[in-house]
Design a protein around this ligand. Structure first.
Ligand SMILES: Nc1ncnc2c1ncn2[C@@H]1O[C@H](COP(=O)(O)OP(=O)(O)OP(=O)(O)O)[C@@H](O)[C@H]1O
Length: 230
C-alpha cells in the first residue's frame, strides 16, 4: 500500500486499519489514528512495539503495509542519528534537494531558527551531537512540513542538551504549527512536549491521553508495563 496524501482541511494524518508484517509476524495489527494540523502527538512504546514501523509507513519509506494511510505531501523526518552527509557543509545539507532559487536564504533562515547561523559553512563532523540534531531539525523545517515525524530525535543526547532541544522544539512548533508525531521511549519527554500521548503495545494503540489531565505519568507507566497495574 502506498502512502496517499491528505486533502481535508486541518486533517494531517488519517490511518485506517494499518497492518504490517515481517516474515509472517504481525508488527502493526490494525492501526486507526487521526492527527490534525498543529497537533503534537507522542507515541510511546517499549522496544520492538512497532513505533518506528508506523513512523516509516507515514514517512512513505515503507510501501509494504496494508490498510489506508493518508498523510500530507509536505512531511519531514528527523531520526535519532542526524543523517547529515559528511562531505557537504552544514548549509548544503540543510538545503539538499531544494530548488536552487531561494534555497540559500531559506537554509540560512532555518539555521538561524535553530541557533546555528555561525556553523553554516562548517563540516558536519565539527558539530556536537546537539548541534547536529539542530541541523537535522533545520533541514526538516526548511521544507515547511505540514507533518513532522520525529523518531527518537533526542535519544542519543545528554540530559541537559535534551532539555534545551525540548525548549527549542516547543518554540519551533508554536511558530510553524506542523502536525507532529514524536516516537519516544521516554514518558517524561512525551508529557513535556505533546498535546496527546498514545502507547503502542504489541502493534495495537492504547487509549489517547490528553496531556495535563490527571495522573498521566502513572497511567502511562502502567500501560507500558513499567509499574504494576492495580
Ligand atoms: N525490515 C524489517 N525486517 C524484519 N523485521 C523488522 C523490520 N523492521 C522492523 N522489524 C521488526 O518489527 C518489530 C518492530 O520494530 P520497530 O523498529 O518498529 O520497533 P520500535 O517500537 O520502534 O522499537 P525501538 O523502540 O527499539 O526502536 C521488531 O520486532 C523488529 O525486529
Amino acid at each position: 500500500m502506498t502512502t496517499a496524501t491528505t486533502t481535508e482541511a486541518a486533517l494531517a494524518v488519517r490511518a485506517t486499519g494499518v497492518h504490517r508484517s515481517f516474515d509472517g509476524r504481525e508488527v502493526l495489527s490494525g492501526i486507526d489514528l487521526t492527527l490534525h494540523q498543529g497537533e503534537f502527538l507522542a507515541l510511546l512504546g517499549r522496544s520492538g512495539s512497532g513505533k518506528s514501523t508506523l513512523l516509516r509507513a507515514m514517512a512513505g519509506l515503507d510501501p509494504d503495509f496494508t490498510g489506508e494511510l493518508l498523510v500530507p505531501e509536505r512531511r519531514s523526518v528527523v531520526f535519532q542519528d542526524h543523517r547529515l552527509q559528511p562531505w557537504k557543509r552544514v548549509l548544503d545539507n540543510v538545503v539538499l534537494g531544494l530548488p536552487r532559487a531561494g534555497a540559500k536564504e531559506a537554509g540560512l533562515n532555518a539555521l538561524a531558527e535553530v541557533g546555528l547561523t555561525e556553523r553554516a559553512r562548517d563540516w558536519p563532523i565539527t558539530l556536537s551531537g546537539g548541534e547536529a540534531q539542530r541541523a537535522a531539525l533545520a533541514r526538516a523545517l526548511v521544507r515547511d512540513p505540514a507533518l513532522l515525524l520525529l523518531d527518537e530525535p533526542f535519544g542519543a543526547l545528554d540530559a541537559l542538551t535534551r532539555l534545551k532541544m525540548h525548549a527549542l522544539l516547543r518554540e519551533l512548533c508554536r511558530k510553524h504549527r506542523p502536525a507532529v508525531l514524536l516516537v519516544t521511549h521516554d514518558v517524561d519527554e512525551a508529557i513535556a512536549l505533546a498535546d496527546r500521548v498514545i502507547v503502542l503495545t504489541d502493534g495495537r494503540l492504547g487509549p489517547s491521553h490528553e496531556v495535563g489531565v490527571g495522573e498521566l505519568r502513572g497511567v502511562l507507566l502502567k500501560e507500558l508495563g513499567v509499574v504494576e497495574a492495580g
